[in-house]
Design a protein around this ligand. Sequence first.
Ligand SMILES: [Zn+2]
Length: 361
Amino acid sequence: MTEPIGVYTVRNDAYEIATLPGAGSRPLLVRDPEPRTLVSALTAHGRASELVIDHGYWRNVVATPAKPSAGVGAGGLFAAHLDEWVGSVLTRSGTAKVLSPSYFVQAGDWAALDALVSALMTVSDPRLVPFIATDAVMMGSANISRFRRALAPLDGRPIALLFAAKYRPLTSKPALTALRTVLAAHPGAWLVGVEPLVALDAIAHGAGRVFVGTSSTQRFPRVPGCGGGGFNAAGFVPGLLHSELLEMRSPMIYADWYISTRAPRCTICKAPVDSFSATDQSKKAIRDHNIHAMSAVYTAMTAMAPGSLQLSAHKHRLSGLLAHTALLPRVPVTEFDTTLRNLMRIDARTLPIPPAVRALI
Ligand SMILES: [Zn+2]
């Protein structure tokens, strides 16, 4: 079976993650503008078969109708150029794939999006994955119909999608609802740069593969011009997946939540969720934990309702929300994860929600 959960990371962390024991078999998407060295190293390590490269043009360059992507010449000679481009960046011996070198489609720029889709329609090299990186505003109620029409020519093709924002894309009810409808129209699509909750819901609604970011910059992509989040404050401890609550918070937050009780331990690395610190070694342990915890969470989700991934995802969220009741009243409901609560509010439109959970959303 195809492994649905992949990891999205950057060049400097890629080799370490690719060679972690827990992440050893996980599909890996690496953002690297000059990937030859990395591809060679991971090919030598036997990891190229599940390796995908993102050159990251979308982070800095905005698509225009005349120039929607790198590797695309003027005059409509898209096919030769994009297929030639992939040949120039991947060696023949490697089996890695690469996202198309698409530029970023700004919110509402339909002419640029249509030009990009036209270019992607002509891709024939199976190593090149047609990629659309755009503003999550496209998933808002004012744009979603037009956005879906723009993507329609790509029906039946493998595509990868990334949604960026100035701050935390794919957390609102309209965006999360729209994501389900887009995935229904493009079953098997890849979703790049998301957090675990969105990843699980996307798989349940048809995504073929999701790439969960190893840092908040890769979990919540920023639109060009908004920076990459800059330097974190001294003592910053990255987000840690709490597999029982389905939260992804800094262990410092968990320390506060569990100040008067014993914090739960990860069943795999055995570490209490509030035990990590700001040292390099601890941050590495967090990256390792997040990958193995994500696999465990996915396994737990699929066991919730065998035969129906959507019902599994829903029941899994119910269980995650109910686990929060142990934190009440010290931690108010409003501090619980916004995405988790919004996904449950969307579920509540069609599924019966127990009163105990209704009180939490
Ligand atoms: Zn762990």
